[in-house]
Design a protein around this ligand. Structure first.
Ligand code: GDP
Ligand code: MG
Length: 444
């Protein structure tokens, strides 16, 4: 899936402080491929890639995150933005009966969706709903709605297929008014392809019933075709929103992205099953974004990525110490960053054998995680030579470092003491190799 691919692209990106044109090239290519494979329209993909590139470039990678995580987050956020950020609810704030008119191609799921919406509104919003079919071309379509209505206990207007769709709609509206219904849902006839006549009929129907919601119903499985159909309907009708059906199928969300981007109309619901009960859900862009990225839960994935990174870093450190190379302040800084990610020294101390034997003073010195950033600032203010050979840091250097890092000499002294302590600990553990891995966050 996309996330796996992205993680792959970022395998070589460790330790780099920012995302650059160079280091995101492969990742962008993977995103592009994945979106195209998910049936997202090419122009939409191009704009999207451009947006991600612009945001990614120069984005500061915070210490506690890897470039890969930051990049995935950007992709996720941009996906959400593309789909409309939040769920748009039905807007039925008009004098009742509020009319919902459904338009779309034949087989897109209009009749099924009409029943699903009726059930949703009666059960969730306690609305009184009347259903009506204006599909006079296929008698079976009217029976279908009548049967669905009976199943869910919602009244269906007894339309006469020998009458014109406009007449049926007008009569149904009058009936809804007479019966003081809250909502009238109008199911319409669709055709297999976009054509003039279908559009004119939908337009005329809209003029007659003045819908509060004119929803375009589209089959998510039709991929690229869905985009072209959406464009045509959006151009011909004053749509207020979209319902994406059959999102329970293999469709990977590409249609959702494209349609929203192409029409600018919010997706209000998705159809997730043939069953009228449980077959309809409000559309949530963030959930769809996670699905497109190919992960159920972006957070858990990001955590996984993070763990992998820490694991490898720990491995490198262990190797280094095993080979007898000394633990210097560069390493100490790296450790501080890692500890910050792992929740501070305090959380580490519990897991560490022998820590209980340290003096209370030493323990609290180690447990103090708040000034970790200050510690890092202190090390940043040292010259590379000082970091590799801390023993040369005498009084005058300490004063300079304190001034340079905006800290005090006392703090610099304390840091050097902590460092010494860790160095000793590492020396001891490094010999046997045991315990070191655990200290560095590796599995025993
Ligand atoms: P219409 O011609 O636009 O009225 O479409 P229908 O409502 O008759 O639906 C066409 C087919 O799609 C039917 O077999 C429905 O059961 C099926 N269908 C509709 N919505 C969904 C959905 O959300 N998921 C699945 N899997 N099937 C659906
Ligand atoms: Mg139908």
């Amino acid at each position: 899936n996309l996330t796996q691919k992205l993680s792959q692209s970022f395998r070589n990106l460790r330790g780099q402080g920012r995302l650059s044109e160079d280091n995101i090239r492969d990742a962008l290519r993977d995103v592009r491929m994945a979106l195209l494979e998910a049936d997202v329209a090419l122009p939409v993909v191009k704009d999207f890639i451009q947006a991600v590139r612009e945001r990614a470039l120069g984005e500061e990678v915070t210490r506690s995150l890897t470039p890969g995580q930051v990049f995935i987050k950007i992709v996720h956020d941009e996906l959400v933005a593309l789909m409309g950020a939040t769920n748009d609810r039905l807007d039925l704030q008009v004098r009742p009966p509020a009319v919902i008119l459904l338009a779309g191609l034949q087989g897109s799921g209009k009749t099924t969706t009409a029943a699903k919406l009726a059930l949703w509104l009666t059960e969730r919003e306690k609305k009184r709903v009347l259903l009506v079919s204006t599909d006079v071309y296929r008698p079976a379509a009217m029976d279908q709605l009548r049967n669905l209505g009976r199943d869910i206990g919602v009244e269906v207007f007894p339309s006469d297929p020998s009458q014109a769709p406009l007449t049926i709609a007008r009569d149904a509206l009058a009936e809804a008014q007479r019966k003081v219904m809250d909502v009238l849902i109008v199911d319409t006839a669709g055709r297999l392809h976009v054509d003039e006549e279908m559009m004119r009929e939908a337009k005329d129907l809209a003029a007659v019933v003045q819908p509060a919601e004119l929803l375009f119903v589209v089959d998510a499985m039709t991929g690229q075709d869905a985009v072209n159909t959406a464009k045509a309907f959006d151009a011909a009708l004053p749509l207020t929103g979209v319902i994406l059906t059959k999102a329970d199928g293999d469709a990977r969300g590409g249609a959702a992205l494209s349609i929203r981007a192409v029409t600018g109309k919010p997706i209000k619901f998705i159809g997730v099953g043939e069953k009228v009960r449980k077959g309809l859900e409000p559309f949530h862009p963030d959930r769809m974004a996670s699905r497109i990225l190919g992960m159920g839960d972006i957070v858990s994935l990001v955590e996984q990525v993070q763990q992998d990174v820490d694991q490898e870093q720990a491995q490198r450190m262990t190797e280094k110490l095993r080979k007898g190379k000394g633990f210097d302040l560069e390493d100490f800084r790296e450790q501080l960053r890692q500890l910050e990610r792992m929740g501070g020294m305090a959380s580490l101390m519990d897991k560490l054998p022998g820590m209980g034997e340290l003096s209370a003073e030493a323990q609290s010195a180690l447990a103090d995680q708040k000034p970790m950033r200050r510690l890092e600032a202190i090390i940043n203010s040292m010259t590379p030579q000082e970091r590799r050979h801390p023993e040369i840091i005498k009084a005058s250097r300490r004063r300079r470092i304190a001034a340079g890092s905006g800290t005090t000499v006392t703090e610099v002294n304390r840091l050097l003491k902590q460092f010494e302590m860790m160095q000793k600990m590492f020396k001891k553990m490094g010999k046997g190799g045991k315990g070191l891995g655990r200290l560095l966050g590796m599995n025993p």
